[in-house]
Design a protein around this ligand. Structure first.
Ligand code: P6P
Length: 335
């Protein structure tokens, strides 16, 4: 029971948001409503995901959609669901989505917030029934109300986030988020349609012995990173790599560990996207006492220059991220 924190395990998400809002009487409640909108869309996406496998069986289970259309890809469906929920909610004026080349203007000119989202990350894992996730960042717009202005409202560094979170559609579905006052995890109870506080005040273990990296990239890695990976092997680390960012991140957040998606000779900036993957997880990691860098600088201080830009990502337990960095800088000295 975390009564010292003013709430206890088992509190519903709605009550938790309400209590947190009471802590900020000047809050207009719009961010609270925005979080509710995201939580609702996640319930719908969760249901679509659970039905997807059957949808491929088609009519046999009556799963083809009513229009009998070609079963849309789940990440397209997720993008529609989140964008629609944010449009109807009215608090968001613009969305940057992994699924759309350009910024989506929601035509909510009184919306104070901008959302960057990966509606369904790791969708290549769906067909093989591996956990997948939604990742989102929330910013306050910086220009006066009206149509969102680029780049000012959109290309904000991660240190300007007002909230960030992820949904993990795993053995159970969880919503984990921060509004800058710590990290809290909620587990979705499908039969009740409610999220219940299951992981209050989440803290990243300062260290750990799990490293998560695609070792298939080893030969394309810098000497410094190769030496760090060898260091992990020499120190009895466990290699845990699901290949689904949210699942790998969440496990390391709970157990301690480091997740690395490095720049390589073929992809110098790695694979993961700054605006709607790295920034959100970096904010959560830091709020939980962990760390996130691109190998050199803090992810949250990177000034974006393009919507879908990639960044190398070293994220997780503070001591491990710091340690990895020393190996990388050694490489710099050697060179
Ligand atoms: P690789 C999934 O495609 C994803 O975007 C992340 O979820 C995951 O961590 C990463 O890519 C896996 O990439 O190159 O190791 O298959």
């Amino acid at each position: 029971d975390n009564s010292a924190l003013g709430y206890s395990v088992g509190t519903t998400l709605d009550r938790f948001i309400k209590m947190k809002q009471d802590d900020f009487p000047f809050a207009s409640g719009e961010l609270s409503q925005l979080l509710r909108d995201i939580a609702l869309a996640a319930k719908i996406v969760n249901r679509e995901i659970n039905r997807a496998g059957l949808a491929n069986i088609g009519g046999a289970f009556g799963q083809t959609n009513v229009q009998g259309e070609e079963q849309q890809k789940l990440d397209v469906i997720a993008n529609i669901r989140f964008t629609r929920a944010l449009t109807k909610g009215g608090e968001v004026c613009a969305v940057v989505s992994e699924e759309d080349d350009e910024v989506i203007d929601l035509q909510n000119n009184s919306g104070k917030y901008v959302v960057a989202i990966d509606p369904l990350d790791g969708s290549s894992n769906i067909d093989v029934n591996i956990s997948i996730g939604t990742i989102f960042s929330i910013y306050r717009r910086v220009t006066p109300l009206g149509s969102p202005i680029q780049p000012e409202d959109i290309m904000q560094p991660g240190n300007k986030q007002v909230a960030a979170g992820y949904v993990l559609y795993g053995s159970s579905t969880m919503l984990v988020y921060t509004t800058g006052h710590g990290v809290n995890g909620f587990t979705y109870e499908q039969s009740l349609g409610e999220y219940f506080l299951s992981h209050p005040d989440m803290k990243a273990p300062a260290s750990g012995n799990i490293y998560s990296v695609n070792e298939g990239l080893y030969n394309q890695m810098s000497n410094g990173l190769q030496s760090y990976i060898n260091h992990c092997k020499e120190n009895n680390f466990s290699a845990r790599y699901i290949g689904s960012l949210v699942a790998d991140f969440h496990r390391n957040l709970l157990k301690g560990g480091i997740y690395i998606y490095p720049g390589t000779t073929k992809t110098p900036n790695g694979k993961l996207r700054l605006l709607y993957e790295a920034n959100a997880l970096a904010y959560i990691a830091e709020q939980a006492g962990g760390k996130a860098t691109d190998g050199h600088e803090r992810i949250l201080d990177i000034m974006p220059t393009s919507l879908h830009q990639r960044t190398p990502l070293f994220i997780g337990s503070e001591k491990l991220v710091d340690e990895a960095k020393t190996f990388l800088s050694e490489e710099a000295r050697v060179v």
